[in-house]
Design a protein around this ligand. Sequence first.
Ligand code: DGL
Length: 244
Amino acid sequence: MMSGVCGMKAEACEMKRPGKDAPIGVFDSGVGGISVLRKMISLMPNENYIYYGDSANAPYGDRSDEEVLSLTENVFDYLLSEGVKGIVVACNTATSVAVRRLRGRYPDLPIVGIEPAIKPAAKNHEGGRIVVMATSVTLRRPKFAHLMESFRQSAEIISMACPSIVDFVEKDKMNSQELMNYLTKKFAALGDRPADAVVLGCTHYPILLPKIQKYTPKHIRIVAQGEYVARSLHSKKAIPGHFC
Ligand code: DGL
């Protein structure tokens, strides 16, 4: 019996605790989370996965917190109805708005959220200048303010809101001149002082890696989060199962 997971009282809940063969749910507002899923599959190839990309409602990054929460809850309901044994929210935006609340609602369900990989960037570039690209929602949430605060001593963190990028990816306009102009403008706004690292704080951005590399000098490290999420999931055994 899995009290809480189905949102009903324990005695009324018919749902069985999923076994270790049950799939891991991986969710994003669209296709971006596939960049995380790929790393999970390469590290944990014997797990089963269900990926839910909510492309019909993307981008989440321009929505109100209430909308993001309600969309995320709908996806959780769906994944739970499919019998997942845990959920990886491979979306920074949904994590920052909804994960805390969902952990309260589903206390027995392993829920893994993600955050921009500032930690490894700051570790490798102490005292450096780190640019964090993310959606407006991710950057305006207190979770991000706390994250920035905790690295204030180690690096200069500059946030770069890139709300439109998700749309370029979801609408398959990745080779458009419009996107080139958008990125040119964004990077020009950083001024003359070069960054030491650029953190991709949205799971859609690694899909555009070659384009982003075009605007950043060769020595600048570009840090995506998929690898870190997969490794941490694997080492902490955050979702019990095979994890081979
Ligand atoms: N991939 C999502 C993230 O990591 C994009 C959110 C959106 O749809 O704006 O934040």
